[in-house]
Write a protein that binds this ligand. Sequence first.
Ligand SMILES: C[S@@+](CC[C@H](N)C(=O)[O-])C[C@H]1O[C@@H](n2cnc3c(N)ncnc32)[C@H](O)[C@@H]1O
Length: 185
Amino acid sequence: MIVAALWIFILCSAFITFGLYFIRLIDLIQVRDAPYVPLDSNAIQALLKNLPDLRNKTVYELGSGDGRVALEVAHRLRPKRYLAIEKGRWPMLMAHLKRLRAGNPPGLEFVSNDIRNTNLSPANIVFVYLMDDFVSQLKDKFKKELKPGTILISCQFPLKGKRPFKTIEVENGPIIASQFYFYRY
Ligand SMILES: C[S@@+](CC[C@H](N)C(=O)[O-])C[C@H]1O[C@@H](n2cnc3c(N)ncnc32)[C@H](O)[C@@H]1O
């Protein structure tokens, strides 16, 4: 009896572990535009200090990873809506688990979607932390869909050919720094 229970436990654990690795592998294969690299907590705090008043504002985060920025901003700054768009299944699963633990701030929605298929026109503020090439590919989409006055914040990678109205740099230790570029449309 004990041996049978032990076998069932081992088989279930192996099945769950394989399942989680499988989701992760699929993510690595599918999300080629930008890998999952979560933002450092110092950088998140600096971002919070530099965001405008978000009450009555709709925020879009494109590629929201495990939801750490979304949860922090939604809890602390209470925007009217915060849409966290993420294509990867693994980061999205982590985001839902984090939300279960941290509580569910009003207005926060985790949306499983590709950024390319997301209509950005309702946004007042857009936050991206992606890759150089992908940000360049999205430039035309931003120009077409963002309404006048929308603020776009890009972490690490500036938009080529557009001048930021504000830039901040945050030390994350002796070697690594995060840059944020603020643009107005
Ligand atoms: C560098 S991480 C940033 C995560 C999060 N914004 C943060 O600051 O912690 C980029 C995220 O974008 C997601 N991503 C990449 N391409 C995407 C696409 N086409 N549509 C939606 N999400 C995408 C990745 O899965 C990854 O989680």
